[in-house]
Design a protein around this ligand. Structure first.
Ligand SMILES: C[S@@+](CC[C@H](N)C(=O)[O-])C[C@H]1O[C@@H](n2cnc3c(N)ncnc32)[C@H](O)[C@@H]1O
Length: 312
């Protein structure tokens, strides 16, 4: 396997936001290359703990190797971070001092052409699974979804204006043979977008992003997950979430707002009857974005938005 690298996005901003303290207990839901976890472990020395999850076996083995100097201060669980409540319960953790989610895919998932995440390849299989043991891949979506479902996925998750055309052409192309390679899908997308709309980046960019989000269920239950994770913090503990897609960012913003909202009773009522209590305060009234300096070094940081909340 070639040695792919992943530059952690907004590392300083994330770590500062979490206010890491010696001996703290942290959850990194998206271990990836371990860049953020490394900093958390370093700053929480000598006995801080990091519980980290990832779905990707390659990421897990790479990160474990990179972080081995921290010994049993790191616990890696191969699981979906959306199973946070079960993981917390099984590990017997009362509350976390900080939680980090750095959503989406890593550079080494994108750069390893054999994973099928990148439209910049040709003969590679349509795959896009973060979890290589799952049987649901990009090939399943492209060949087995109805035209309506394809249009919804491509339009909603890819914000692609030619989604209807692409969906129609996928359904027509697969009548003869299954669409199995990146190159086949690229060719269908290319013919579905009028030439004058192709100047704005690679024509496949938005459709590939949409299919990836669908394959990995990236937006499924994200709202509930953010609420549950915030409730799993100790008082004063912080949750920091980095998003790379406007839909993800909107979900995080909405969940934080819900957690911050206090009693919603009509002001004319003498006492509260709704029972709603503020559970967190939003630290970032506006999301933090990457500095010019970081953008020069890492183009992945371009669409990144960091939102932070603190448990009360
Ligand atoms: C952007 S990378 C994280 C990079 C990491 N922060 C670093 O510094 O190297 C996202 C990682 O999260 C993983 N991932 C994405 N969604 C996940 C989920 N729902 N559960 C567990 N892992 C997930 C991906 O497999 C990928 O390795």
């Amino acid at each position: 396997m070639p040695d792919f690298q992943h530059l952690p996005v907004m590392k300083k901003e994330c770590i500062d936001a979490l206010k890491i303290k010696s001996g703290g207990v942290y959850f990194d839901g998206t271990l990836g290359g371990g860049g953020h976890s490394y900093e958390i472990l370093r700053l929480s020395a000598p006995n801080g703990q990091v519980i980290a999850t990832d779905l990707d076996d390659y990421a897990i083995s790479r990160a474990k190797e990179r972080l081995k100097e921290f010994g049993d201060r790191l616990t890696v669980v191969k699981d979906n971070f959306k199973n946070f409540p079960e993981i917390k319960r099984e590990l017997g953790i009362d509350g976390f001092d900080g939680i980090l989610l750095d959503l989406g895919v890593s550079s080494f998932q994108l750069d390893d052409k054999s994973r099928g995440f990148s439209y910049l390849s040709n003969d590679e299989k349509l795959d896009m699974r973060m979890d290589g043991t799952s049987s649901f891949s990009a090939e399943t979506v492209v060949n087995e979804y109805s035209e309506q479902e394809l249009k919804r996925v491509i339009s909603e998750y890819g914000e692609e204006r030619f989604a209807a055309n692409i969906a129609k052409n996928i359904v027509s192309a697969r009548k003869n043979n299954r669409i199995i390679t990146v190159g086949q899908l690229n060719a269908i997308i290319d013919k579905s977008i009028p030439a004058k709309f192709k100047q704005d980046g690679h024509p496949s960019k938005r459709t590939f992003q949409a299919i990836r989000i669908e394959v990995n269920g990236e937006l499924d239950n994200l709202y509930e997950t953010v609420i549950g994770m915030t409730r799993g913090l100790k008082k004063g503990g912080r949750i920091a979430i980095l998003t790379f897609h406007s839909l993800e960012d909107r979900i995080v913003k909405r969940a934080f707002r819900e957690l911050e909202t206090d009693c919603i009773c009509d002001k004319s009522l003498p006492v509260c009857v709704c029972g709603k209590k503020r559970e967190a305060i939003v630290v970032t009234k506006h999301p933090i974005t990457a500095t010019e300096e970081e953008l020069e070094q890492n183009k992945r940081a371009k669409s990144a938005k960091l939102r932070v909340a603190e448990r009360v």
